[in-house]
Ligand binder design. Sequence first.
Ligand SMILES: [Cu+2]
Length: 293
Amino acid sequence: MTVGVSGCSADEVLRFGWPEGVTPQAEKMRELWTWSVIAALAVGVIVWALIFWTVAFHRRKKTADGSPEELPRQFQYNMPLELFCVVVPVIMVVVLFFFTTTTERSVLDKKDNPDTTVDVIAFQWNWEFRYPGTDTNPAVPGEQQVSTVGSSTEIPLLVLPTGKTIQYNLESTDVIHSFWVPEFHFKRDVMPMPKKNNQDPSFQNTIDREGSFVGRCAELCGTYHAVMNFEVRALSPDKFDNYLRLRQQVNPATGKPHTAAEALQAMNCGELCAPQAVTTQPFNTDRTARTAS
Ligand SMILES: [Cu+2]
């Protein structure tokens, strides 16, 4: 009853504080978390029960003549018990390790033919998102692909389709950055070229639902690291196709291909097509706007 009133569903209880994600990959990690907590609680209950049993029933007792009892029976060098205390924890670690690697493999799994590919270019202190295979200048094929870059007044929008396998190719042009969208429950360092230490610069996922999700740089990369934000705008596949089409078409008002903001505005689909980021805002660089503290 109380659980119902407080709005906690069984699903939320079994989440054990794990935040809600928007990708099947995030759900896989949630399942690992749920089962790990259940396993930990089961072990915890057994340990607590043994502690309370010992405390309650094996206290130091007085003997009949009032003198303190000698030490209770001692168990050191008990071979079966010693073996049990080694073997059982090893089995626990092996089981946890098995499920962790299985989950990791499925999260990092990549299809040979992703539906959409986006090139993510990180630099101090901004992001550029390019869509390979697009063309904004039909006169010179392959010359100019659709690209979104942030400015000091506009957070860059990474527009993506829902329900499709998306491949992210990460690249930095200067120092190490990190591509992080909290709702993806996934973070990957963005390394400068050439790649070192077998780091895989790309990963894939699928976004389950439409929405706006904040993205951040998660690797301290210099003075303005904290303002290196972006926003993922997940749109249904037809809206996404419409967006890419508009980005490649000339806006009659400006005589140039639509910018990200102009394309979204032209689509006119409410909050989802807001021309500016809604999850985060640009850093106010106006020093005079600061009040004395
Ligand atoms: Cu950065």
